[in-house]
Design a protein around this ligand. Sequence first.
Ligand code: F6P
Length: 538
Amino acid sequence: MSTHPRCDHTAAWAALAGHFEAHGRDFDLREAFARDPGRFDALSLQAPEVFADLSKNLVDAATLRFLLDLSRECGLEARRDALLAGDLVNTTEGRAVLHTALRAPRGAPAPTPQVNAEVHAVLDAMLDHAETVRDTARSGITDVVNIGIGGSDLGPRMAVLALDAFVQPGLRLHFVSNVDGHDLARVLRGLDARRTLFIIASKTFTTQETMANAHAARAWFDAAGGTDRAAHFVGVTTNLEAAAAFGITRTFGFWDWVGGRYSMWSAIGLPIAIAIGAANFRALLDGAHAMDRHFATAPLERNLPVLLGLLDVWYRNFHRCASRSVAPYHQGLERLPAYLQQLEMESNGKGVDLAGEALPYGTSPVVWGEPGTNGQHAYFQMLHQGTDVIPVEFIAVKHPTHPYADLHTKALANCLAQSQALMLGKTTEAALGERAPTASASLGALTLARHRSFPGNRPSTTLLLDRLTPRALGALIALYEHRVFTSGAVWGINPFDQWGVELGKALAGDLLPRLTAATVDSTGLDGSTAGLLARLKA
Ligand code: F6P
């Protein structure tokens, strides 16, 4: 149990509250830049593979000082060291949390030589198999279908899209997660069983959606003329017995100390490895490891995940921002927001502290977003002129992996312009001086100018990658992992369990037989559920 005070009982929290009232609430970014020509340099930093511009955030040096004090009072460094050392930091499940060990180089002594040896033995075997499969001429495999959900789907799905430029030509990767059969049906349509490999990915090998899809896929394989199931079904799980009982003979294991949402670095990454190859998968791990070292060793003042996590606390608990938007200006990062939703909201969406006491302050924000520039033509209106302030995180990539230089420059211009527009805004006076071609001629000039003005002063962070390589993606994802850990540590919660998903699963188990029964049985059901059940069965 933590010996550190709860964050809202610390001196730094009180100082931050005072600072917010005196300087934070009315902090003006435009004035801050006008006052301090060195603001960009002071508030930007280079971490492994990721450059971050934090200068468009609603902070000054004093804010950061108080936030860093808060992290120290809440024992962030001790908590981080306990995490990296393999202590049982997932207290409600009595488990260590060692995704960082999955990307530690061969021979690394920490957390133990035994963990390192086991990790590398599975990694070597998994990468060997990936290389065999991706040699399509020899393996005969052209389509790989990953069946998994949550952490057994989101990471591989996100990474395969992000690293599209590195994917073996002639190889198609498909992902099925939803128990809604439309998902499986869409993927199976047009596949040739003899050229398809199914990966059944499930930490527990008991998840309803994955097991249902795996059984349906196996039946399809048999019906579609597939032979040699052993060669066409691979398992990735910690539950080797259950995989064997399903009839899978080739299984790559991992360990209970790998959380589902932190598992893309383990054998769960098999679809990534098949897609991009062993060397690129190792580069992904290297990038993540470089960020791990940065998190472990950089002083807190220059530690990017720490600073981002503390900004999250600042916005959530002092500015009372309930959400954060992520806008990657790279189509390959299309699934990053969905990936981050699980990483952040399943980790930090908690209402009690480590001691089980209800928390009086907000924890995980809602994380959402779409790639730019698509989002600009959808919800950016609300970001610019809506009544809520929503911090935005822009992700830009300097060099594209496509040949269309003009398109890339336009994407970059839009990315810079959006963060600029959010910050600068437009006064009513400025709007009064403009003539908008599509504006109504019958509306008063002042009324129109009010509709066309922007409050500005809306905060954003820009993360800049040189190229979206496997190594850069690894570093970026590890950055997010440690940032989520940082805010969770300040909030004093357990970011590594997910009890909140259990109730719905249990209730679905109760409802399933009622849906298949010959007669309607609504015994014990609430009125709404009983009514819906009756309609479905009518
Ligand atoms: O939704 C809850 C959850 O346990 C996630 O944390 C996990 O990533 C997902 O289900 C899938 O679990 P499994 O890999 O055991 O099938």
